[in-house]
Design a protein around this ligand. Structure first.
Ligand code: BG6
Ligand code: MG
Length: 212
């Protein structure tokens, strides 16, 4: 790919498999509230902020809860989620992700994270990647979540590159839309089939090495 100097990675579902922990935590909350929740609904939460995710989980029950109660429910989910995060170690970073990141670094690309998660820094630290990236833009620094491009534009500006000189790697539809809205080239990771909105779909992260 021409004129690409920087690569901005989504975190959950791209660098690590925390999606299952999000699922278990939302499921525990939904079960306590007596609200139906399954893997299909969980799929709609990928890339979406915690409070927007809560609205999707509550669905038609949303109006039963006040703003304060919703804050408490989101905090409750996050505590359950963090109890799962506590078990993450550098051994949970897959060989493939480790090899890909190091190869891209050797090739001289600037590397950044662009994630909606407010737990980004904790996850990176536990994976042993706390000091690895050239920039980290996360859910604690933005006001608009994906599909708004804010988090990717922030990552690019922290790196000092223009969107046309960077690519975004995403597993979520909201993330691909955010990348395109920010005028980045968007690479979708999808193990089965094509992501119609992305510029290129790859089956797994290591395929990046071949297409760059
Ligand atoms: C995204 C996840 O990376 O972060 C979403 O794909 C999640 O599922 C969002 O809701 C916010 O995460 P957190 O850690 O701030 O609750
Ligand atoms: Mg993701």
């Amino acid at each position: 790919m021409n004129n690409i100097y920087a690569i901005i990675f989504d975190l959950d579902g791209v660098i690590c498999s925390t999606d299952q922990y999000h699922y278990l935590a939302w499921k525990a909350l939904a079960d306590r509230l007596g609200i139906y929740f399954d893997e299909e609904i969980n799929g709609q939460l990928r890339g979406v902020s915690r409070m927007e995710s809560l609205e999707i989980v509550l669905g038609k029950h949303s109006s039963d809860y006040s703003a304060e109660e919703k804050m408490a429910l989101a905090a409750e989910k996050n505590e359950i989620y963090k109890s799962y995060l506590a078990s993450i170690t550098p051994g949970d970073l897959s060989k493939e992700v480790r090899m890909t990141l190091h190869t891209l670094r050797q090739r001289g690309y600037l590397l950044a994270i662009g994630s909606s998660s407010k737990n980004t820094k904790q996850i990176l630290t536990q994976l042993g990647l706390g000091q690895f990236f050239d920039a980290i833009a996360d859910g604690t620094m933005i006001t608009k979540s994906k599909p708004d491009p804010e988090v990717f534009l922030l990552a690019a500006s922290m790196l000092g590159v223009s969107p046309e000189n960077a690519i975004v790697i995403e597993d979520a539809e909201s993330g691909i839309r955010a990348a395109k809205a920010g005028r980045f080239r968007a690479i979708g990771i999808k193990s089965d089939g094509n992501d119609p909105d992305s510029d290129i779909t790859i089956k797994s992260l290591k395929n990046l090495i071949d297409i760059l």
